[in-house]
Write a protein that binds this ligand. Sequence first.
Ligand code: Z16
Length: 819
Amino acid sequence: MRDNVFNKKVFIKSVKENLMTQYRKDLSTASNQEIFQAVCISVKDVIMDEWLATQQTFAREQPKTVYYLSMEFLMGRALGNILLNLSAYDEVAEALQELGLDINAIEDEEPDPALGNGGLGRLAACFLDSLATLGYAACGCGIRYRYGMFKQQIIDGFQIEVPDNWLEHGYPFELRRPEYRYEVKFGGHVEQEVDENGKLSFVQKDYRSVWAIPHDMPIVGYKNNLIDTLIIWDAEAKEVFSLDSFDKGDYQKAVEEEMLARNLVDVLYPNDNHVAGKELRLKQQYFFVSASIQRAIERFKQKNDNLMDMPKKIVFQMNDTHPTVAVAELMRILLDDEHLEWDEAWEITTHCVAYTNHTIMAEALEKWPIEIFERLLPRVYQIIDEINRRFVLEVQARYPGNDEKIRKMAILYDGQVRMAHLAIVAGYSINGVAKLHTEILKKQELRDFYEMFPDKFNNKTNGITQRRFLGHGNRLLAKWVTDKVGDKWYTDLSVLKELTDYADNPKAQEEFMEIKHKNKVRLAKYIKEHNGIDVDTNSIFDVQVKRLHEYKRQLLNILHVMYLYNVIKENPDVDIYPRTFIFGAKAAAGYETAKKTIKLINNVAEVINNDSSINGKIKVVFIEDYKVSNAEMIFAAADVSEQISTASKEASGTGNMKFMLNGAITLGTLDGANVEMYDEVGADNIFIFGMSADEVIEHEKRHDYNPIDYYNNDPQIKKVLNQLIDGTYSANDRELFRTLYNALLHDKEADKYFILADFRSYAKAQQKVNRYYQDKNSWAKSAILNVANAGKFSSDRTIQEYVDDIWHLDKVKIDNTGA
Ligand code: Z16
C-alpha cells in the first residue's frame, strides 16, 4: 500500500489530483500553501489505512493503554516528521523536486501547532513519538486551543505578542469526530437522592454544560506501521441557541452555555513555570480531563464488565499538576455514574493515576481558592473534601498530635486546594524528571510525603526524540552518523557510542566541522532574512534558546556580553575569538522583568553590532519567535549550548539534550539533566561553572547572600551594572533598565538567582571556551564525543523506563500485510 503511494509517479499524480479537486488549480497556478495542503492529503491517505489497522489491532488485542493527560502538546510541524517516520521523506523530496519544488519550502507552509509553552509541552510531544515508535498503545489527551502560543514580534527591541491563528487555513492532519463527543458539566449544586434500593446518591443540578468534541491527530511510529492518537478536545455549545429554548423559558441558560463554550478553549495561557490562577484555566483543566476520562471508561466498558480490572488496562499519567483534577473526576464517575462504593472507587483510582512533577519553583505550584473550586465543580469539590478528610485521619494516625504535619500535608488548607498534594495522595507513582530534581523533591520539597510514601517516588530522567531533533532537523549530521555507525540509531540511540572511535580521527573531525559550518550558513541565512543582521559563520555560535525566565538567567549571559565588550574596548588586542551570541526566547505576556531582559538583549545588540571599532569580534542576535520549527535549525548550528540556570531551579531541561545530540558543547551549571550529561560525556567535554545545588539551597535557608559585596569588590562587575543605568544601552531613557538593576542589587530578594555570585565563575568558563575553540581538533573531538554520548537522552529510553516501572504496557505489533 505504502509503496504504491510513495512511488514517485503515483504520488505526483495524487498531488495533482488533489490540487484539482480542492482548488481547481494546476501546479503552475497553485500557491505553495495549496500545494502543501495537496501533499498532506496524499500523505493522509496512507496514514488513514495504517491508523485504522492500528486501532483495530488495539480493539482486538486490548493492550493496556496510557492516557497521557497534558494541558500542553508542543507538537511542532507534522509533515516532515510524518514523512520521516513513514520512511518516505526522500522519495517525496525527490518527487517534489521533479515538480520544481523544494520540500523545505513546502514544509515551511505548515504552521507550528504550538499548543504548549516550552519544555513540558515539548516533552509530551517527544513522549508520544517514542510511545508510537516503541509499539505501545497510547492516547495523548489535550486541548484544541484556537490560539496556541502567541507569535512574537520584536519591534524597537520590545516583545509584541501577536495571536497565532494556526487553524486559519485548516489543519490537514486533524480529524474532527463529533460522533464521539461528551458532555462536561459546570456549576449548579449537588442534591442527595435516594434511589429505589434505598441507596444514597449525589446528583448535580442546575448546571451549565458544554460538548467536548474530539479532534484526532495521528502519531506515526517510526517504520512500524503503528499510529497512536493525540486527542485534542474542542468545546461546543450544547444546544444551538434557538427560539425553541426561548419558548421553554431557558433562554438565559442557553445564552450562558453558548458563552461558556465559546471562551473555554480560546487560548493557551502563555506561562511557563508560573500560574496565573485564573478561573478559566481551571475550567479548561476540568473540561479536557472530564472528557478524556469519560472516553477511557467508555472504551474500557465496551470490552470489560468488571471495573475493578481497570488498572490492568488503563493508566492516566498526569503531566504536572495541571490535570490532577483527574483524581476527583475519576472518583466521581466511579461513584456517581458507576455506583461503586467509596473503597472500590478509591482502589481503582489509586491504581490508575500517576503524577509527574516538573518543577520546584514556588510560583508554579497550583493552588486553587476553595471558593472558586466549589462554585465551579461542586460535586468534584465534595469528593476532594472527603479524600482530604480521610487523608488527614491517616496522617493523624501516623503522627499523633503532630498538627505541623497536617498543616504541611493536607490537600485542603488555608482556603485552598493544593493540587500537588491531591496528586501525591492518590497517585501510585510520583516521579521527578532528572536525578537531581528527584533527589531535591525527596529531600526538600516533598520530604514529608516521601517519608510517608517512600515507594511511590521514582525518577524518570527526561529525553528527546532523535527522529525530529537529529533525523529531521540536521539531515547532514544524520547522514554522517549513518555513514559511520549505520541507521540503527533511529530506534536505538545508544549505538551513537560507536562514534567514539571517530572522535580522534582528523578526517572525521574535519567532516564534522564542515557539517557544522554548513548548518551555521543555513542559520546565518535565516538570521539575515529575519533580522537583517550579517553574522560571521566562522565565529563561535554561542546559543541560549529557551523560555525567558529569571531562573534561566539570560541576564547573566547578556551581562557577560556587556563585560566582554568593555574588555575589548579597553584592550582592542585582547585574544578573543569571534563569537556570535544568539538568543531566542518568549516572555510570558505579563512578566515585566522577562520582557525588560529581552529589550536589554536587543539594545546591547544594537550598540555592539554597530560599533565598527571592535571589528565584528562579537555580535549579538535575538532570533524573533523562537519555536519548534526554527529550533530544529538552531540546534544544528550551535557550537556552544548555554544551560546556565541557577543550580537546583531547572528540573531537567531538554534543550540541553538537543544541543548535545547536535554536537554543541555545553556551558552550564550542575543543574537538572546537565548533571547526567556531565556524567555521560566526561569533564573534558563540557564546561561547568557556578554554585552547586546544595550551596544554593544552603544560602536560601540561611538568607545570607548579599549581592552588594560582589558589586563593591569587583570593579568590572560594578562597571557592567552601572551601565544598566547610565544610558550606555538606553541613551534616550536612562531609567529603562532600572528595574533590572534594582532586581540585582536593591530589591527585597536582591539577585534571587545568584547571578553576581556566579558571574566570575561563568566568565572564567567562557574564557576557557574562547581558548578551547581555537584548538580546532580538540574542539571537534569534544563535539563528536558529545554526539557519541547523547544516547541516554533519547525519549525512547525514558519511555521504556516509564513502561517498565510505572505503566506496564503491552508491546503491540501491527501486521501490515492486510494494508
Ligand atoms: C514547564 O515547561 C516545565 C515545568 C513546569 O512545571 C511547567 C512548565 Cl510549563 C519544564 C521545566 O522547567 C523543565 O526543566 C523540564 O525540562 C520540562 O518542564 C520537562 O520536564
